[in-house]
Ligand binder design. Structure first.
Ligand code: 3HC
Ligand code: NAI
Length: 700
């Protein structure tokens, strides 16, 4: 069957795109649209044309898999120019999402109607590119630059209601969309409505055209910290063209900007990430017949930092949740923090009082484990100590139904060992959230050696329902994210001892695009956490123990690695710290030396890549791209750098091996010795992306 069909309903032609799953504009769709609009435009029996889509959504944009391949005629711009020049009313009928090239196609029509649940947007920036089929020139003309600029720079879609308010949509259709669109088209014919192409609408940008300097105010109002990302810079200038150039000249600027960005590494990285995130939740060794269980009621143990955030996720998704604490006091403190969080969100306009009340009403606090008897899933978030976790799981087994799925939020502990304390090992797994748990998107789902497919499928399903990005990992100390972070931490500390200062290490990290360096990060989290763990394990770190002994726990005490003045969060390098570091080097018998930003950056990044390679070797992650998903979503790895394993391929594995070997020799750090997998791939001239997928190791 053809992906684009044309039929006449009376004197209205209906052109339907049917290219599942999201009606992306692959070559056949573009060719089909061109042909159909030409035919309907020339058909004397046709008075108006409606463009709609079959399936779950309107056109969701260009086909991303075609990027980077030789272009095939017709291009989307040609298709839209043809639609735009049709001399009878053209109406796009939007349901689901009209995104990117999809919205641009709709902007080629004279009118747009939508169902109330529809969303429209130009998300190209999220793929490291810009709208390349007229979006940067048409949307400002239709909606005004004040609306178009933030939409294009953020890439976030807007609701149909918002679109209506800004003239992007002309009417919201209640009831059947196609019937409503046809009626709308007929009305326009009957009215003899004047047909103005979007490109010719100048009234909303007239003021800016007369006062182009005002464009800088719009930039300022929407400014975002930009750490080396190209697309926002290029897009801003292309958008400026909409008010400083003719439409055709602006379009030319858009084409140049698009072509420049689409071949760049940043766009490749973002496209890689788009697919990586969708792949990460797919489990190749799980039968398609496995159905997730529906979680109608959830339970959470512990109302501390993590338990509170995890609880909010369920309430936000409308799932009733019971949170169990040891004492009334701890419970009330936890519930109080949840309420305060919601109140803050309400103050910022994120939710209404009714939303707050509804969410709080879904949360039930208790100090009695028996209140979990009807939970379908319970997530434990108590102290990170194995004996306590074991005790909690033993209790959970007694009070919950035998089919209840039990999850631990442990950061490091062995999920199989926790599972073994219960008589229902297949129903136990890890669900590792990230702090703040109500905000961070990442969820590492830890598949134990004997976790059942049903439990795994349920965890993946529930993750999506509570708006998380699930990634499946295996059991090891720290799983994927924290294990790799530890490798970086060892290197960061070693660099201090060898001659670097914290601000130099942090600068190399933020220079790469991370929002924060490792030391600013530890000041934020609190140095006392690591200190407590080291003491419990009989370990020492001269630099960090000395800071803690001085009461320098980080931001919360006004000083840690850095100094913080007047309640500010800005880290100020401090001589006290420098002296401690210099002494530590001396005590370790190390002669300090200047260390370049390049060396610092490479040692931090390559040590993580090396650990990632070991994680793949051991079957702790299924795919290199899963590791990228963990790092982008959970640890602030800049998405335009694709994630550690994608970045490694970009740099080239032979270079990384050579550098790691050199750094290992110079520093004496054994963990810098390149992993066997890394060496093998480098020797074979392959990258991580050639590895494909291999299931997490399970029990034989
Ligand atoms: N091209 C190719 N494949 C796409 C695609 C696209 N634009 N959009 C989605 N897909 C694929 C996904 O990879 C996924 O494949 P899979 O089932 O094999 O994993 C499948 O379609 C379904 O996608 P989702 O799982 O994401 O489905 P959802 O229902 O959750 O979301 C969506 C639907 C909101 C449309 C979401 O897929 C999305 O945001 N897509 C990308 C939209 C986009 O970025 N459009 C702009 C493209 S660039 C462009 O148009 C350039 C132009 O200016 C010239
Ligand atoms: P926390 O100390 O803030 O909270 C733990 C809570 O558990 C306390 O309120 C305590 O009263 C309660 N608790 C202890 N024993 C209990 C029991 N037997 N029954 C009921 N409640 C009990 O700790 P946090 O930070 O929330 O950590 C919890 C778990 O989450 C740990 O395993 C930790 O490793 C993990 N984690 C922590 C992250 C973080 O950034 N804080 C991130 C990801 C995981």
């Amino acid at each position: 069957m053809s992906v684009v069909s044309l039929r006449n309903e009376g004197d209205v032609a209906v052109i339907t795109v049917d290219n599942p799953p999201v009606n992306a504009l692959k070559h056949e769709v573009r060719a089909g649209l061109l042909d159909a609009f030409k035919k309907a435009g020339a058909d004397a029996n046709v008075k108006a044309i409606v463009l709609n889509c079959a399936g779950r959504t309107f056109i969701a944009g260009a086909d991303i898999t075609e990027f980077g391949k030789p272009p095939k005629e017709p291009g989307l711009s040609e298709v839209i120019a043809t639609i735009e020049n049709v001399q009878k009313p053209t109406v796009a009928a939007i349901h689901g999402t009209a995104l990117g090239g999809g919205l641009e196609t709709a902007l080629g029509c004279h009118f747009r109607v939508a169902v109330a649940t529809a969303k429209v947007g130009l998300p190209e920036i999220k793929l490291g590119i810009l709208p390349g089929a007229g979006g940067t020139q048409r949307l400002p003309r239709l909606a005004g630059m004040e609306k178009a600029f933030p939409m294009i720079i953020s890439g976030d879609p807007i609701s149909a209601k918002d679109a209506l308010a800004h003239g992007i949509v002309d009417e919201i259709i209640d009831g059947d969309l196609l019937a409503g669109a046809i009626a709308f088209a007929k009305k326009k014919v009957a009215e003899g409505a004047k047909l103005v192409r979007v490109r010719d609408r100048e009234e909303k940008i007239a003021d800016l055209k007369a006062n182009p300097d005002k464009f800088n105010d719009i930039i300022a109002a929407n400014s975002k910290k930009n750490r080396g990302e190209e697309a926002p810079v290029v897009t801003t200038e292309v958008l400026r063209g909409a008010i400083t150039k003719s439409f055709d000249e602006g379009l030319k600027g858009e084409r140049e900007g698009f072509m420049k960005l689409v071949v760049g590494d940043q766009s490749k990285a973002k496209r890689h990430y788009f697919f990586a995130e969708r792949e990460a939740a797919k489990v190749p060794d799980m039968s398609k017949d496995v159905k997730p269980k529906t979680v109608k009621k959830a339970g959470v143990i512990g109302a501390g930092t993590m338990g509170g955030g995890i609880t909010m996720n369920f309430a936000n998704a409308g799932i009733p949740v019971t949170i169990v604490e040891m004492t009334e006091e701890a419970l009330n403190r936890g519930l109080g923090i949840i309420r305060k969080n919601y109140e803050n969100t309400m103050r910022r306009g994120g939710i209404s009082q009714a939303d707050l009340d509804k969410r709080m009403s879904l949360i039930k606090g208790s100090t009695d484990f028996n209140d979990l008897s009807d939970a379908d899933l319970v997530i434990e978030a108590v102290f990170e100590e194995m004996p306590i976790k074991k005790e909690v799981f033993a209790k959970l087994e007694k009070v919950t139904r035998p089919d209840t799925i039990l999850a631990t939020n442990t950061s490091y502990l062995n999920v199989d060992e926790i599972a073994a304390t219960t008589g229902r090992v297949p129903n136990v797994l890890g669900m590792h959230f990230f702090s703040p748990a109500n905000v961070m998107k990442l969820l590492e789902i830890v598949r134990g050696k004997n976790t059942s497919d049903e439990a795994l499928a349920t965890a993946i399903d529930v993750a999506r329902k509570i708006n998380k990005v699930p990634t499946i990992v295996g059991v090891c100390h720290g799983f994927v994210g924290n294990r790799m972070l530890k490798a970086r931490g060892i290197e960061a500390e070693s660099l201090l001892l060898e001659g670097a200062l914290p601000q130099e290490v942090d600068a190399a990290t933020t220079g790469f695009g991370f929002p924060m360096g490792p030391f600013a990060m530890s000041d934020l989290a609190g140095l006392d956490i690591g200190w407590r763990i080291r003491k419990a394990m009989g370990q020492k770190s001269e630099i960090f123990d000395s800071l803690c002994e001085l009461g320098r726990y980080g931001q919360k005490t006004g000083s840690g690695v850095y100094r913080y003045e007047g309640g500010s969060r800005t880290p100020i390098p401090d001589e006290v710290t420098e002296q401690i570091i210099v002494n530590a080097s001396k005590n370790a018998g190390i002669k300090r030396r200047p260390i370049s930003q390049q060396e610092i950056g490479e040692r931090l990044i390559f040590s993580m890549i090396n650990e990632g390679a070991r994680i793949l070797e051991e079957g702790i992650a299924m795919r290199p791209s899963d590791i990228d998903v963990v790092y982008v979503n959970g640890y602030g790895w800049p998405v335009w750098q694709g994630g550690p394993m994608f970045y490694a391929d970009l740099v080239g594995l032979p270079y990384i091996v050579e550098k790691l070997e050199g750094y290992a020799k110079e520093s004496g750090n054994e963990h810098l010795q390149p992993a066997a997998l890394l060496k093998r791939l480098a020797a074979e001239g392959r990258g991580f992306s050639s590895l494909g997928v291999s299931p997490i190791k399970k029990a034989a």
